[in-house]
Ligand binder design. Structure first.
Ligand SMILES: [Zn+2]
Length: 346
């Protein structure tokens, strides 16, 4: 079978590898129908250091169960499933608390430890706890939106939850990538009255507005200017809920700068800084800083009905569909911001 392997910064290849197979009794074998390239894949694509082991990429997928191990109870061959970006047993204390990304037996797809989903097929550990069976079979029209339940829509929702978005509140979204755009959907869905999108790519801003952004702040680089603009839009007081969907220290400084005293920052961009900046203003403004890897497995149940009913259309973030052999071009396109999010159809 074919799989995507990252060898070094900018060096991504599609190769023939040994077929994925069942190893543990709790495994399922899944044929990938749809996968994605994620903004977080771009971090190792840009920064992988010489000497790091090759890595089989991809952590988002919809697929069809081909086979299950003898210990699998809830899945059978032919089931159409969503694969969350983390695997989890569904039974430990953290899974019961809805925090599947902290599962005591869990881990992440597309790492050195576990091959990823930008491939023809992959092995799913702890399949009963990890996979979510879709009730729709292979409904083509809904596939793109269902695929976002693997990661970006659940992650945007997590940002909104961590930022305490609620009815009538003011929210700001930092980052106009796929997660930021899904965060706009999530903020609107949870009742935010005003949603300020901070971003500067015209196509993404247009989509953000269709998703429910009420205001756009395009200033970039000029951090103070952007902060002042957002604060002015929020009546001079700052915004109650900040959804930080980037992961740089500058994005975090901006988040803390625009938050209203007593407000909350939900961060879901993988942080690329050691210490959270803005400690002093965050303290004096009584800010809550929350967030982390989204327990998307827990959120599928909540978000799925809205996708099935067409109330939300997060699948619109996909603006390019490619075959598996074109995955290196897909990385380049996303890295150059020529594509918002790339869907891979092996
Ligand atoms: Zn668990």
């Amino acid at each position: 079978m074919r799989a995507t392997v990252l060898y070094g910064a900018g060096d991504i290849r599609v190769e023939n590898v040994p077929d994925a197979r069942l190893i543990e009794p709790t495994d399922a074998l899944v044929t990938v129908s749809r996968a994605c390239i994620c903004g977080s894949d771009l971090w190792p694509y840009q920064l992988m250091q010489p000497g790091e082991p090759p890595r089989r990429m991809g952590h988002e997928a919809i697929g069809v169960v081909e086979a299950v191990g003898s210990g699998v109870r809830t899945l059978k061959a032919g089931d159409v499933v969503v694969m969350p970006f983390a695997y989890s047993d569904g039974t430990c204390a953290f899974c019961h608390e809805g925090l599947h990304t902290s599962c005591v037996h869990g881990g992440f797809f597309g790492t050195v430890e576990l091959p990823g989903a930008q491939a023809d097929a992959l092995r799913i550990p702890l399949a009963d706890g990890t996979l979510f069976v879709l009730p729709v079979g292979a409904d083509e029209a809904l596939m793109a939106s269902l695929l976002t339940l693997s990661d970006v829509m659940g992650t945007g929702h997590h940002a909104a939850r961590a930022a305490k978005v609620g009815r009538g509140r003011t929210a700001a979204v930092i980052g106009d990538g796929a997660v930021g755009l899904c965060a706009v959907i999530a903020a609107r869905r949870l009742g935010a009255e005003r949603i300020i999108m901070m971003g500067h790519h015209p196509d993404r801003i247009a989509l953000a507005k269709e998703f429910g952004a009420t205001d756009v702040v395009k200033e970039r680089g000029e951090e103070e200017e952007a902060v002042a603009r957002v604060r002015a839009l929020a009546g001079g007081l700052g915004v109650q809920s900040v959804l930080e969907c980037v992961g740089t220290d500058q994005a975090m400084r901006t988040a803390i700068g625009i938050a209203r005293p007593g407000g909350a920052v939900g961060r879901v961009g993988v942080p690329h800084y050691e210490a959270i900046p803005g400690s002093e203003p965050a303290f004096y403004n009584n800010l809550t800083i929350g967030g982390g890897p989204a327990p998307v497995r827990a959120y599928i149940q909540e978000l799925l009905p809205d996708v099935l009913e067409g109330k939300i259309e997060p699948g619109r973030v996909f603006d390019r569909v490619i075959g598996l052999d074109a995955v290196p071009d897909g990385y380049r396109a996303m890295n150059e911001r020529a594509a918002i999010k790339v869907m891979v159809k092996p």
